[in-house]
Design a protein around this ligand. Structure first.
Ligand code: UFG
Length: 324
């Protein structure tokens, strides 16, 4: 199948393009390269275009005989979204509407969408299942929630088939080392801890040591990027087989604290990580852990990288060899 991978030059998009190719599909990446990387597009053509340009989307769909879409392109910094909400609503909501309209106009009836556990805000308890109330606490989270709502209504009104995948903390890298996580600026814990260990960055700051968790630091469900990529291919297959539009949580079902992540990097790297305690980061919930049983039941999906060590190993290898 010819699949338009919107945002396929980015972290999760590029790993998904590789997995799609391996599954026998043809990934066509559409990306404006604002945060993605040309070097990460290796498994099919790159259409350099912006979602603000609906004509360019229509053209790409026509030129490449696109049959389905996977949509990753978005700005994804919670902090930045609090400073500049308009950027998030314009890029993540208004521009996504161009994509949905282009799909409708050209009869492309299926889409898999990158959503986020952020749409649950601060959950009352963990693990989080898909029927938990969604109430975002940042413009970024709200923009993802609005994306899900647009899908729902394009489904109701036009028969669009959609799957929203609510990722927990994407992490790790391609085990073959071809691609990995490179954000600018980097704000994510695992690459920052690894770079601190490698002496490429200053000591890592532990944001908050007074959370109501066993060691006082915040807990997240780190899910390997190749597991996320696999879920996208399964979601696509599910839609092709006539599966009902719905959302799935993607996580391992196990949480790890910031201190546990640091300890894992120390084990894998065989060296001490320079770290210092710092105040909580505004807007960080104490614990986010997925209940991934729905994805298991319906998509037959399950995380293969179950141990934090395995995730950190792939990220470490990529960071060590990275030239970009
Ligand atoms: N953390 C630190 N020090 C750092 C960076 C992070 O202690 O230097 C902590 C955070 O406070 C958090 C945990 O490590 O408790 C994970 O932080 P990340 O920034 O790696 O990830 P988040 O859970 O904040 O972010 C995830 C996704 C984002 C998404 C966000 C929405 O990775 O892409 O959820 O909440 F935007």
């Amino acid at each position: 199948m010819n699949v338009l991978v919107v945002g396929g030059a980015g972290y999760i998009g590029s790993h998904t393009a590789k997995t799609l190719k391996r599954a026998g599909h043809n990934p066509v990446v559409l990306d404006n390269l604002s945060t993605g990387h040309r070097w990460a597009v290796r498994w099919g053509p790159l259409v350099e275009a912006d979602l603000a340009d609906k004509k360019a989307i229509l053209q790409a769909i026509r030129d490449h005989q696109i049959e389905a879409v996977i949509h990753f392109a978005a700005n994804a910094y919670v902090g930045e979204s609090m400073q500049n909400p308009a950027k998030y609503f314009r890029n993540n909501v208004a521009n996504m509407l161009n994509l949905l309209e282009a799909q409708h106009e050209s009869g492309v009836k299926r889409i898999v969408f990158s959503s986020s556990c952020t749409t649950y805000g601060i959950p009352e308890r963990v693990p989080i299942s898909e029927d938990f109330p969604q109430s975002a606490i940042s413009p970024y989270g709200e923009s993802k929630l609005m994306g899900e709502k647009m899908l729902k209504w394009f489904g109701e009104c036009y028969g669009l088939g959609w799957v929203a995948l609510r990722y927990f903390n994407a992490s790790g890298a391609d085990p073959e080392g071809e691609i990995g996580e490179v954000h600018d600026p980097e704000t994510h814990l695992i690459p920052l801890v690894i770079d601190a260990a490698l002496g490429k960055r200053p000591p890592v700051r532990i944001f908050g040591t007074d959370y109501p968790t066993p060691d006082g630091t915040a807990i997240r469900d780190y899910i390997h990027v190749m597991d996320l990529a696999d879920a996208h291919v399964r979601a696509l297959q599910y839609l092709l087989e006539g599966g009902e539009s719905t959302a799935f949580n993607l996580g391992t079902g196990h949480g790890h604290s910031v201190r546990e992540v640091i300890a894992a990097v120390e084990r894998v790297g065989g060296r001490k990580v320079p770290a210092e305690e710092a105040p909580r980061r505004a807007g960080d919930p104490p614990a986010l852990v997925a209940d991934p049983s729905k994805a298991h039941r319906i998509l037959g999906w399950e995380a293969q990288y179950r141990e934090l060590n395995q995730i950190v190993e792939t990220a470490w290898r990529f960071a060590e060899n990275r030239k970009q």
